[in-house]
Every structure is written in structure tokens, then in C-alpha cells.
Write a protein that binds this ligand. Structure first.
Ligand SMILES: Cc1cc2nc3c(=O)[nH]c(=O)nc-3n(C[C@H](O)[C@H](O)[C@H](O)COP(=O)(O)OP(=O)(O)OC[C@H]3O[C@@H](n4cnc5c(N)ncnc54)[C@H](O)[C@@H]3O)c2cc1C
Length: 408
């Protein structure tokens, strides 16, 4: 007789786990808290769903032991994932940096084909079913908040982390796992905008530029990334900032002073820029420095930069002292800010931290504490960089858990 496997959570990992159970001869039941599955999937990739990445490397993953992810990511790898979704109707579109999207560029296409497959494969799906408790004797007994009870041979927990709680993943899965004897590592938002300390934020709000951002600890560069950067009323945003946020917050949690440096002009070194500015200002003998910077940088940056460097905006550009010229070239190539925190869970794309991976078998996703229990997706202490790596983790871990739950 085929095994009955209860999957808790109908997100990316849960839906993949259910399909894998079915393909491997098991009976799957999905219990989803929301009135529909895959709510978060619709929000991914700005509504376009960046569902994997051709350049995937284990270094794109983080956690107390990122290598935990290696086995599942190699078994149900990027190629298998692309093939899997192609068989469901998703034609892949590969963009810069290896990011893969459905050619329709609609996240809803991903959800549509998954839901179609779930329905046609006869997978039982119960929505508005919030799991409250999981108990194991010979079998698993799963109790919902409204007291309905389900029994199964195996349970796969796929309740996600804390990012975007309005999508359903509000962290309640950690309690389910704790009650079963698991420990949870420190959790904090990953891929999130950073709050900075600066008296100029209001003036800078809305300034966007193509630049480089770097995290510095004790004057040492730890990590940097480039792309579109946006100043906001609370601090800073944009893809490079999201990418750096995990490292920044990790150091903050370790009570380090975290500095973020941005280069507004990244195409020249400080020395080259200094030379360029000297020549530029010579050609504008009658312009004040405030006017002489127009056309070089976003106009909204000019006054804050001059205030920060204590340069009088009415001073003639050509008459700037050597020291003022040096300060200006320095700040334009490396403007330093203190990081004081991040936006909250509602803005985060992923959860750093989660169920301790030392308590889970990385080849099967089975709990080492409760036999027959499997834990997958963002709920585990594994998080990926921006670029399709988090969904790939959800697909890979979900698939492997489904396979092993059905077969073993
Ligand atoms: C705005 C945004 C954009 C993103 N874009 C991308 C992207 O383009 N590419 C990428 O790789 N990653 C992206 N991510 C990250 C990615 O979406 C997640 O890492 C991934 O969805 C995690 O899958 P999961 O199945 O583990 O959890 P989730 O997708 O969060 O699913 C968990 C499900 O479990 C349900 N649930 C929770 N508790 C219970 C309970 N007690 N009982 C029953 N059901 C429960 C929830 O309602 C939810 O449906 C993005 C995230 C956000 C927030």
C-alpha cells in the first residue's frame, strides 16, 4: 500500500514535495493555511519569478553550515529543475547572471502549472488548514487550529520562514519544529533594505545611481556588489544592498560596527577622479562648486556632499583647496555610512537562520530527531543570494524530501 504523506504548507517547497511524493508512488495531502497555495510565489522576481539560476554554486548559500545544501542541490539540480518545469509547460528564459524566468515573465504561470499538476495528479489539497500540532506515535497525527485531525505515515514540514509574513510564512513553523524537539538558530531578515545613520537621508531620498556598495568592518572590505543603488528616507536599497544585507546584519548581531561605503562614481579611482575634477573645474572658472557639479552627479546629491565635506557651495569651483578637492574625490568614490539596522520582515525576501541543519539528514531531509518527519525549504537554516537561489533550494529540498518520504 502506498504511504500517506502529509505536507504542511503549500508554498514552493511544499508543492514540489507533493508532486515528488506522487511521482515516487506515495499519496500526498497538502495542508495550507491560506485560502490558496503559492501566495508568495506570485510575489517573486517582481512578479516575474526568477525560479533558478544557471550559475548556481554552493557559495551562493549561507547558514551555519551552507554545505548542508550541497547534496539536494546536486541531486535535483538546476538542469533537472528546468526540465521539470519545462515538462509542466514552462519555457525557460535565461537572463544576465544566469537568472532563469518563465518566458511568459509571469510568476502566475509557475503557480498555474503547479496547481494544474497538483489537481490532475489527484493530490489532495486542503486550504484554510492551519496546522497547530504534530504528534508521532506509530503514525503521525496532525491537528489543525480548528481541531480537525489528519493521520499519515510521514510528515513533510514546508511552512517557510518569516519573510513577507502576509504571504502565510509567519514563523509559526518554528514552533511546530521546536515542539518536536528541534532547535532553531538565530533568525534575521536576509535580502532586505538597510537603515543608515545620516542627517542627509531626507535630502537624498529617491536618488538612484549605478554604483558599488561595500560592507566594511574595522576598515576592511568584507563584501561588495554593484548595480542600481537607491537612497531612501530610512537608508539604502537596490539589488546590491539586498545582496550585502545578510553579511551586514550578521556582523551587527555580533555587535560589530558595520560600515557601508558607496561609490557614486565607480568608473574612476579616487586619484583619477581627482585629476578629472581639477581639469573639469579649470574649464569652468566662473562657476560655483554647486553649479560645477551639475551633470556629473545627481543634482540632489550635490548639497549633501558639499555639507558632508564642509565645502562652501558658493565657493568658486576653480579655487577649491587641494584638501577640498581630495575630500570631494574621496566621498564620490567612497561615501561611508554607519549601518544601524534593516527594514523589517515585511520587506525581507528571505529568512537567515532556521531549523538547525545538524538535526536533519542532508541526503534525505529527514529529521534525525523524529523518524519519518522531513523538513524543507526556507524553514531550514539555509538561505541563498538574490537571483533564483532561494526558490532552487525550495525545489531541490522539496523534491528530495518527497522522494525519500515516499520510498523509504
Ligand atoms: C518579495 C519576494 C520576492 C522573492 N523573489 C524571489 C525570486 O525571484 N527568486 C527566488 O529564488 N526567491 C525569491 N524569493 C524567496 C522565495 O520566494 C522563498 O525562499 C521561497 O518561496 C520559500 O519557499 P518555502 O516553500 O520554503 O516557503 P513559502 O513559499 O513561504 O511557503 C510556506 C507556505 O506554508 C504555509 N504555512 C505556514 N504555516 C503553516 C501552517 N502552520 N499550516 C499550514 N500551512 C502553513 C504558508 O501559508 C505558505 O503558503 C522572494 C521572496 C519574497 C518575499
Amino acid at each position: 500500500m502506498s504511504k500517506k504523506i502529509i505536507i504542511i504548507g503549500g508554498g514552493a517547497a511544499g508543492m514540489m514535495a507533493a508532486l515528488s511524493v506522487k511521482r515516487n508512488g506515495g499519496d500526498a495531502l497538502i495542508l495550507e493555511k491560506n485560502d490558496r497555495v503559492g501566495k508568495k510565489l506570485l510575489a517573486t522576481g517582481n512578479g516575474r519569478c526568477n525560479y533558478t539560476n544557471k550559475n548556481l554554486n554552493i557559495n551562493n548559500y549561507h547558514g551555519n553550515n551552507p554545505k548542508f545544501a550541497y547534496s539536494a542541490l546536486s541531486e535535483f539540480d538546476v538542469e533537472r529543475t528546468i526540465e521539470f518545469f519545462e515538462s509542466l509547460g514552462i519555457t525557460p528564459a535565461v537572463e544576465d547572471n544566469g537568472k532563469v524566468f518563465p518566458l511568459s515573465f509571469q510568476a502566475s504561470s509557475m503557480l498555474d502549472v503547479l496547481r494544474y499538476e497538483i489537481e490532475t495528479q489527484g493530490i489532495e489539497l486542503i486550504t484554510e488548514a492551519q496546522v497547530f500540532e504534530i504528534k508521532k506515535k506509530n503514525q503521525f497525527t496532525v491537528t489543525l487550529k480548528d481541531k480537525r485531525i489528519f493521520e499519515g505515515d510521514r510528515v513533510i514540514i514546508a511552512t517557510g520562514g518569516m519573510a513577507l509574513p502576509s504571504s502565510g510564512s509567519d514563523g509559526n513553523g518554528y514552533n511546530l519544529c521546536k515542539k518536536l524537539g528541534h532547535t532553531i538558530t538565530e533568525i534575521f531578515p536576509g535580502l532586505v533594505q538597510l537603515k543608515l545613520e545620516s542627517k542627509f537621508l531626507r535630502a537624498l531620498d529617491g536618488v538612484k545611481f549605478l554604483g558599488v556598495a561595500g560592507i566594511y568592518i574595522d576598515n576592511k572590505l568584507i563584501l561588495e556588489d554593484s548595480g542600481d543603488i537607491l537612497f531612501t528616507s530610512y537608508g539604502i536599497s537596490g539589488p546590491p544592498v539586498l545582496q550585502l544585507s545578510r553579511t551586514a546584519l550578521d556582523y551587527m548581531n555580533k555587535e560589530k560596527n558595520v560600515e557601508l561605503r558607496v561609490s557614486i562614481i565607480h568608473t574612476k579611482t579616487q586619484e583619477e577622479l581627482l585629476e578629472y575634477l581639477v581639469n573639469r573645474f579649470k574649464l569652468m572658472p566662473n562657476k560655483t562648486i554647486e553649479i560645477a557639479l551639475i551633470g556629473l552627479i545627481n543634482k540632489k546629491l550635490i548639497i549633501p556632499l558639499l555639507k558632508e565635506t564642509n565645502i562652501d557651495k558658493n565657493k568658486n569651483a576653480a579655487s577649491l583647496s587641494k584638501d577640498e578637492m581630495r575630500k570631494l574625490s574621496e566621498i564620490l568614490t567612497s561615501w561611508s555610512f554607519k549601518v544601524i539596522g534593516s527594514q523589517s520582515w515585511g520587506n525581507a525576501q528571505v529568512t537567515a537562520g532556521g531549523v538547525n541543519t545538524a538535526e536533519v539528514d542532508n541526503k534525505t531531509m529527514e529529521s534525525k530527531i523524529v523518524k519519518g518527519l522531513y523538513i524543507v525549504g526556507e524553514l531550514l537554516d539555509i538561505d541563498g543570494d538574490c537571483g533564483g537561489f532561494n526558490l532552487q533550494w525550495a525545489w531541490s529540498s522539496g523534491y528530495i524530501a518527497g522522494l525519500n518520504a515516499a520510498k523509504n
